[in-house]
Design a protein around this ligand. Structure first.
Ligand SMILES: [Zn+2]
Length: 262
């Protein structure tokens, strides 16, 4: 287990000039977007391929009950762990841009998401996907982002992950049907907004991070991920999230109107 001590640096909300959101998953290990509408996709294809190779090699060794096979199994898991750490290092280095508030999903219970809801036995393809996503250490990736952000005058913060992939960033409508056949395309059944499905999560996380920044400015303290275990709190938080709207028109990058006009 990798454990990283996180000490909050002495930082004021006014020093933060960039708000970003990061979504993690297996198709893309990470998708990053900021409120200036700049995005980056970190592919998981090569890593997934490598993870499958490790899995195959492990199976072969597990079938052999010899001392040398056991030794090789230990060496193999060490190599695999270092490979994952190396990829996580590279991605976190890119994501930890200066003077940013970087929103990350609270990953508590992320494995639930890959379980079959119908209670039916998972398909071979699904089992393979579950196995891979369980093996990739997103907690480690988050830890590295936290750590590297602090080195660049930035901060990483956790936001609740509820409905980040089902909520329309444009109109706020939240429904499973916004993701037809769980495909690559997000299509809002309410407003027709179409977007790369993996970007939807990152945008919703970025907007929730903006709320964290606003609360930070108004209260003077940066709250950690709010406790959504109480139903009452959860309803309040989700209500606030549902009012968020993604608009590139209001972001400084695209704005042609002088401040104070709106
Ligand atoms: Zn919509």
């Amino acid at each position: 287990m990798v454990s990283i001590e996180i000490e909050l640096p002495d930082i004021e909300p006014t020093t933060i000039t960039r708000i970003a959101g990061v979504d993690v998953g297996m198709r893309y290990l990470a998708v990053e977007t900021d409120l200036n509408n700049k995005s980056a996709f970190y592919s998981g294809k090569a890593s997934r391929h490598r993870a499958n190779q490790y899995q195959k090699a492990r199976r072969t060794l597990q079938r052999k009950d010899t001392r040398s096979a056991k030794r090789r199994l230990i060496a193999l898991s060490g190599r695999e762990r270092r490979f994952i750490a190396d990829v996580n290092h590279q991605i976190s280095k890119e994501i930890a841009k200066p003077v940013s508030l970087i929103g990350l999903e609270d990953l508590t219970g992320i494995r639930e998401r890959t379980k079959s809801k119908s209670g039916k036995k998972a398909s071979k393809k699904q089992r393979k996907a579950n196995r891979n996503s369980a093996r990739w250490s997103f907690a480690e990736l988050h830890g590295y982002i936290h750590y590297k952000a602090n080195l660049t005058g930035s901060l990483a913060t956790k936001v609740p992950a509820h409905y980040t992939s089902q909520s329309c960033p444009k109109c706020g409508h939240t429904s499973k049907a916004n993701r037809p056949n769980k495909g690559l395309m997000f299509r809002c059944e309410c407003c027709g907004n179409e977007l790369h499905a993996d970007l939807v999560g990152a945008r919703n996380i970025a907007m929730r991070t903006l709320l964290v920044r606003q609360d930070w400015t108004s209260t003077g303290s940066l709250s950690v991920s709010p406790d959504v275990s109480r139903d009452e709190t959860k309803a309040d938080i989700l209500q606030r999230f549902s009012e968020l709207r993604w608009s590139v028109d209001t972001s400084p990058h695209h704005s042609g109107t002088p401040l104070g006009d709106g």
